[in-house]
Design a protein around this ligand. Structure first.
Ligand code: NZQ
Ligand code: ZN
Length: 386
């Protein structure tokens, strides 16, 4: 058992119509609000009007148009608004992209230079504005964690930012996810599973969190197909939303070996160059990374996954179980309608060397992955995705 340090400061309020608690949750932070959102889905689902109505007594400024894979340009605009209007609190409404951008804005509000500096060097992140969120897409876990991922198209980089800006409160109403299109629902499901794999597939786990991880995976495997077939199925949307929040909060990881999250590292590089949807990249890379990492030492962990998550016969040889579990994973992503190769989505090998170099220079120690990975290994995994 490894030592651990778990701090979960976010107040999660989950359920139908819980948005009505927004005024109470926002009250401690002040009246000058920066409302951040994306391309307009929150208007289509009536959430924008509802917020305006609920926060009648607040002074609301807005930053709209935050892109998927949020770009530093939007963050710069948000920081400017915070500084110009002495904003007290950010209300981030949307998917992971809006929430992540808001975290960079929250820290940028107290920083004198360019907010991209904070992404490049997280040690510069200091004080941050408080953030409250209303989540509309189950995927990233940004509603319950202290990190974000920001893209800079000028430098072709997509990098994480960590700071003391976990949301003070997050409202999770599964009904607001009824309109999430099938492809985003599938990508989100894959993202939740990937967050789990990144923490589950390490050399040494422990009984408690092996169970948490296996339960996360079984939940998504059961409910994602239902949500895709029947988008207004409350139980399915609720189960995905509940699972989403535990993906990145640290709970799945307690007492386990450190993981450098190799699949996320690789996906962020691909996304930096191609702007693909995060969960789509993960669906393509995950099975390749699993196969690349499979050997006699790692087989028991994959075999455990096959038995406890996919219900495979525990009497089969370990290596056979491991291979079957990886096949099941790949088939599942396909069954959700997710692409299964880079060529399917028009990505070639032009930048693979640059991606691998940037990853090794800027990410955690990939030598500590389940099977240690070098720069050449990253290129090989990327090639296997073509
Ligand atoms: O912009 P709008 O109009 O809101 O449309 C969005 C967007 O086009 C749409 N959408 C969201 N809620 C909707 C909806 N459409 C209809 N009905 C709704 N209720 O969905 C599209 C995608 O939204 P986005 O926020 O980009 O998706 P997601 O939540 O998957 O976030 C992805 C971003 O989060 C990062 C990813 O890398 C990516 O940049 N991640 C953040 C993490 C974190 N903070 O811890 C961890 C993750 O591993 C991930 O890297
Ligand atoms: Zn992710």
């Amino acid at each position: 058992m490894q030592d651990f340090d778990l701090y979960l400061p976010t107040h999660i309020v989950f359920g139908k119509d819980k948005v009505n608690e927004l005024p109470k949750l926002m009250a401690p932070f002040g009246k000058k609000v920066l409302l951040t959102y994306g391309g307009g889905s929150i208007k289509k689902i009536g959430l924008y009007d509802k917020i305006k109505d609920l926060l009648k007594d607040a002074e609301i400024f807005e930053l709209s148009g935050i892109e998927p894979n949020p770009k530093i340009g939007s963050i710069r605009q948000g920081v400017k608004l915070c500084k110009e209007h002495n904003i007290d609190v950010i209300l981030a409404v949307g998917g992971g992209s809006v929430l992540d951008a808001s975290k960079n804005i929250a820290a940028g509000a107290f920083y004198d230079g360019d907010p991209w500096d904070l992404v490049k060097d997280n040690s510069k992140v200091g004080k941050s504005l408080p953030i409250v969120t209303i989540l509309t897409l189950s995927a990233t876990g940004s509603e319950y964690d202290a990190s974000g991922v920001i893209s800079n198209p000028e430098t072709q980089e997509k990098l994480p930012i960590f700071g003391d800006f976990a949301p003070r409160a997050s409202i999770l109403d599964p009904v607001y996810t009824y309109t999430v299109p099938k492809n985003q629902t599938a990508a989100g499901a894959c993202d939740i599973m990937s967050h789990t794999f990144e923490q589950y597939l390490v050399k040494n786990g422990n009984m408690l969190t092996d169970g948490f991880c296996e339960s996360m995976l079984r939940t998504v495997i059961k409910y994602a197909p239902i949500a895709i077939k029947d988008p207004q199925n409350y139980e399915a949307r609720a189960a995905l939303m509940q699972a989403s929040s535990f993906g990145c909060c640290g709970l799945l990881n307690i007492g386990r070996d450190f993981s450098p999250w190799p699949v996320h590292g690789i996906e962020h590089e691909v996304s930096a160059y191609t702007d693909i949807t995060h969960g789509v990249g993960l669906a393509i890379i995950t099975p390749r990374w699993m196969r690349y990492s499979l050997n006699e030492i790692t087989a028991p962990r994959f075999a455990q996954y096959g038995v406890n998550v996919w219900g495979l016969d525990k009497n089969l040889p370990q290596l056979e179980l491991a291979n079957k579990a990886i096949e099941k994973t790949e088939e599942f992503f396909k069954s959700l309608g997710l692409p299964s190769s880079f060529s399917e989505i028009g990505i070639d090998d032009k930048h693979f060397e640059d991606m691998a170099k940037h990853l090794c220079d800027n990410w955690g120690d990939l030598g500590l992955a389940l099977t240690p990975l070098t720069r050449d290994d990253i290129v090989a995994i990327l090639r296997n995705c073509l």
